[in-house]
Design a binder for this molecule. Structure first.
Ligand code: RP5
Length: 163
């Protein structure tokens, strides 16, 4: 899905997609137009900057950025746009994502990045948070999001323990 994308999902490497696909799945389920890209803050800085600038100009509303290691991707994006940026730390090094978490969450005052949990739960929650942001001005999406959450509640209520 790429026309009039409202949410951008960007990751520093294709190796991050195993985690970041959890965000894409939620965006698909909620029928939110989105665009997913591999762009790196340190390996493709010029292409990243160009994509953030064109995405902002095309009307993208929320950016989700996942990266591992010294994960500056979300912070660099936040420096280049006024749309909300949600960062997903990825466990890609022997530090198991703590390096990425601290890199993303410890943004200096003035350039915010909303930081989610390490891994797939964080990626899924980033997409849900993006949906909540968009649902504030989209009544149809608000209904889809409410139905999605009600379905998750129903799943819990239907869970049975072994006799
Ligand atoms: C980061 O380095 C990426 O976000 C990825 O999590 C990590 C490893 O990248 P690859 O070596 O798998 O390309 O930039």
């Amino acid at each position: 899905m790429s026309n009039a994308a409202l949410v951008g999902v960007v990751m520093g490497s294709k190796s991050d997609y195993d985690v970041m696909s959890a965000a894409v799945e939620i965006l698909r389920a909620l029928e939110i137009p989105h665009e997913a890209r591999v762009l790196s803050a340190h390996r493709t800085p010029d292409e990243l900057t160009a994509w953030v600038e064109t995405s902002t100009a095309r009307g993208m509303r929320v950016m989700i950025a996942g990266a591992g290691g010294a994960a500056h991707l979300a912070g660099v994006i936040a420096a280049k746009t006024l749309m909300p940026v949600l960062g997903v730390p990825i466990a890609a090094t022997p530090l198991n994502g703590m390096d990425s978490l601290l890199s993303i969450v410890q943004m200096p005052k003035g350039i915010p990045v909303g930081t989610l949990a390490i891994g797939k739960a964080g990626a899924a929650n980033a997409a849900l948070l993006a949906a909540e942001i968009l649902a504030g001005t989209d009544a149809a999406l608000y209904k889809r999001l409410a139905a999605w959450r009600a379905a998750r509640a129903q799943e819990v209520l239907e869970q049975k323990l072994p006799e």
